[in-house]
Structure formats: C-alpha cells, structure tokens
Design a protein around this ligand. Structure first.
Ligand code: NAD
Ligand code: SST
Ligand code: ZN
Ligand code: ZN
Length: 358
C-alpha cells in the first residue's frame, strides 16, 4: 500500500496570532507542473519557529493569520508534475524553503543573491505555511537530492548548516585563523563544525549553558570554551575569551544576536578583524561605535543563504561534517505539540528537536 493510502491525513503544526500551537489536518496539496509532492520525513524545530509561536513576530515578519511552521526538512518524492525533469518518485531530498521569484526583472534573483528577493516565499515565515506537515508540494528547482547514506535527519540539519556556511563563506575565514564563536546553540555548533572543516585554529566558543559547551567539546575536542554568566561585564568576558584564544580574534562569528554577547565579541577582536553577526535579536541595539572605528573592525551580518545547500550536502555526504550528534530529542509528527514544548523549555536541555514521520 502506498503512503498516501496508508496515511491519508495531512497533519501539520500550525500557530496563530493568539499563540495557539496545534496539530491541524490539511488537504493534500495539488502539484503544479514544476512541483514535486514530498512526504516530509524529518523536520528540525528552529528557534524562529518557537519565536513566531511564542512572540508572534521576528523583526518586520509578523504572525497575522493561522499558518504552519517548519523550514528544516527532508523527505521522499511521491509524485512529480509533468514538467519535472530532475526527480522521480522515491528520490530522497532536502527542501530549500526560501523560494525566490526568479524573475529576470528582479535585481537580486538576476544577480544571484536570491536570499534578498523581495518576493521570496519562505515557507514558515508568515503568511506562508511551513513544511512541518506530512505532505508538501515543493518546486523541483528548490529540492536537493540526498545520497542514500545521508539520513533524513541529516538532510533536515542541512538548513542550519547552510546558515553557518553562508556566514563562513562571506566572512572570508582562512586556514589557521584565530576564531571566536559566540553562542553554542544549533547555529553556533554547526558554525563550529564548519569552521573546524575550514581549518580555523585556535577556536573558542562561548555560551551561558555549560551543557552546550560540553556538546561543543564532544563535537570538536580541540575547541576551548568560555562559560559566560548573565550580567558579566562585556570587556571582562572579552578578556577571558582572548586568554583562552591566546591572542585576539581575527574573526568572530556571533551566533546569539544578544547585545552583550555582540559587545564581548567586538572587544575580543583584533585591529582590522571582523565580527560577523549571524544571530538575530532586538530591533535596536547599541554598539561600541568608537571602539569599532578606532580598531577598523568590520561589523557584518548574514541573512539566510543562497546557493549553499549543494555544498552543505556534499560536506555531510563526504563525512567532513557530522550533524548527527546535534539531535537531542525525537518526536512523531502526531506529537508535534510536545516537540515544540521540548524545544522551548530550557529544562528539557534540547539542542535540536526532530519531528519524524515514517
Ligand atoms: N541570520 C540568519 O539568517 C539566521 C538563520 C537562522 C537562525 N538565526 C539566528 O541565529 C541565532 C542562533 O540560533 P540558534 O538556533 O543557535 O539559537 P539558540 O537560542 O538555540 O542558541 C543561542 C545560544 O546563545 C546562548 N547565549 C545567549 N546569550 C548569550 C551570551 N550573552 N553569551 C554567550 N552565549 C549566549 C544561549 O545560551 C544559546 O545556547 C538566533 O538568534 C537565530 O534566530 C539567524
Ligand atoms: O533559518 C532561517 C531562519 O530561521 C529564518 O530566516 C527566520 O529567521 C525568519 O523566517
Ligand atoms: Zn531557521
Ligand atoms: Zn526575486
């Protein structure tokens, strides 16, 4: 029996402006001529999914209607539209969830920085439904084939890895660069794995949570860790980071978006170095403007990614980056609400929560 007959209900995890997170039953989508119908087999919960649920907005993106969450997913192609050329039923795929307009009149799509497309449909950013659902129709152009030995979980973790790779690519990281990573959540830890593969040395990573620092050491034993206490002076934290690094940083990858952490990253950076902010946070933040100026420190930012999924998949497939240890919790799709509770309750000590469907 095929999966559509065996599991005819398209379950999805939705939220709404009243912060009401729940499972809903959706129609099985029709596919357009260039689409593939995908059975979503693994989805990670991103901090932004939790944020949209709990806080109803991220910067200018506001939850104004009922909509579905999830943009870290992988699955199996079930059906293909008549003009699909690269996929067939049974293919294993990772879903790239930001689908830009791709029109030749769009400057950003035409010039390759499609993460800036003003008309992008980012599945899971309101009002567009996410892919944390059993069945989802996805344009073939934004599906990426997964080799058989790469699991669906790893395929879903290609999304946060793509964020890290995009930041590292634009940061210009070189072999033997002294590097600081602020924050050891999924983005900080995938950045650590990628920076290790890219040859950064030495590397220091910070966090408020000793458990997350222990995970960083388990992943990359040579990393040095700095446990930050809430409310500590940023310059004092920077001094501890520099002590562990043995020198000032050439590059800081800031993966918290928290003002005080950005400050300690800046103070730990050498003259002429750069602070690359991947984390997102409050709409307005203070920066030590004259310290940046008098030290020619570049402050840069990353917004999602473009053209990174194939690279991320090849690094995982080649065994250069092992994403598997990031998964701390697993739930069935039917347990989607419990999964979000685990992802949002600090006591659960989750790193990456996965929602799986057989
Ligand atoms: N730029 C992008 O396109 C993009 C994409 C995805 C995620 N993000 C953002 O990246 C950030 C990290 O994502 P994540 O999934 O790892 O989130 P997370 O919340 O799981 O991890 C953040 C970590 O930072 C730590 N932290 C908080 N304050 C700190 C401080 N002052 N010093 C040191 N550590 C501190 C927390 O303990 C936590 O472990 C988030 O802001 C997320 O929204 C950005
Ligand atoms: O991983 C992608 C990010 O979570 C998204 O850009 C999110 O922050 C807003 O939609
Ligand atoms: Zn995300
Ligand atoms: Zn566009």
């Amino acid at each position: 029996m095929d999966i559509l007959s065996k599991k005819p209900v398209n379950l999805a995890v939705h939220t709404n402006p009243d912060h009401d997170l729940r499972l809903v039953e959706c129609d099985i989508p029709e596919i357009g001529q260039y689409d593939c119908l995908v059975h979503v087999r693994a989805s990670g919960i991103c901090g932004s999914d939790v944020h949209f649920w709990k806080h109803g907005r991220i910067g200018p993106m506001v939850v104004t209607c009922d909509y579905g969450l999830g943009h870290e997913s992988a699955g199996v192609v079930l059906k293909v539209g008549e003009s699909v050329t690269r996929f067939k039923p049974g293919d294993r795929v990772a879903l790239e969830c930001g689908v830009p307009c791709s029109k030749p009149t769009c400057f950003y799509c035409r010039t390759g920085r499609y993460n800036a497309c003003p008309d992008v449909v980012f599945f899971s950013t309101p009002p567009y439904n996410g892919v944390l659902r059993r069945y989802h129709a996805h344009p073939e152009a934004w599906l990426h084939k997964l080799p058989n030995h790469v699991s669906f979980e790893e395929g879903s973790l290609v999304e946060p890895l793509s964020v890290a790779l995009a930041g590292i690519d634009r940061s210009g990281l070189r072999l033997a660069d002294p590097l600081v990573i602020c924050g050891a959540g999924p983005i900080g830890l995938t950045s650590l794995l990628a920076a290790n593969a890219a040859g950064a040395e030495p590397i220091v990573i910070t966090d408020l949570d000793e458990g997350r620092l222990a995970k960083a050491r388990e992943l990359i034993p040579r990393v040095r860790t700095v446990l930050v206490e809430m409310g500590q002076d940023s310059k004092a934290i920077a001094a501890r980071i520099v002590e562990q690094l043995g020198q000032e940083a050439k590059l800081v990858l800031e993966c918290t978006g928290v003002e005080s952490s950005i400050h300690s990253g800046i103070y730990a950076t050498r003259f002429g170095g750069s602070v690359f902010v991947i984390g997102v946070g409050r709409d307005f933040q203070n920066i030590p403007f004259m310290h940046l100026s008098a030290n020619e420190i570049d402050l840069k930012f990353q917004y999602r990614y473009h053209d990174v999924y194939p690279k991320a998949i090849s690094l995982v497939a080649a065994g250069m980056i092992d994403l598997k240890p990031l998964v701390s919790h697993r739930f069935k799709l039917e347990e989607g609400v419990e999964a979000f509770k685990a992802a949002s309750t600090p006591a659960a000590r989750a790193i990456k929560v996965q929602i799986l469907d057989e």
